[in-house]
Design a protein around this ligand. Structure first.
Ligand code: SF4
Length: 90
């Protein structure tokens, strides 16, 4: 929550890792990690500064509507060619 407030209210380049962001970070290979903190630090390392203000929302929405937990919609995923998850369906 603190990271969301810092990001949205104060424009700081923080990354809040919820269940969606954690899953997407791991599946895509963007920021693999065993804990939310590992994924958070990994995402902060690889996401360019100019995208950090909105990256949190993009990752959440991707996890909520495309990279679903039980049945990811890989066939409709815009980054399925880049995703490194061995279990992706395309
Ligand atoms: S290809 Fe599938 S597993 Fe990979 S990010 Fe897209 S929806 Fe998720």
């Amino acid at each position: 929550t603190a990271n969301v407030v810092l990001n949205m209210a104060f424009g700081q380049h923080t990354m809040a890792v919820d269940t969606h962001v954690f899953r997407v970070g791991n599946r895509t290979g963007l920021a693999p990690g065993n804990t939310p903190l590992e994924v958070e630090l990994g995402l902060e390392r690889v996401i360019p500064a100019e995208f950090m203000l909105h990256a949190h929302h993009w990752l959440i929405l991707h996890g909520r509507y495309t990279c679903l937990a039980r049945k990811p919609r890989c066939e409709a995923c815009l980054i399925n060619d880049l995703c490194r998850w061995p279990e992706k369906t395309v």
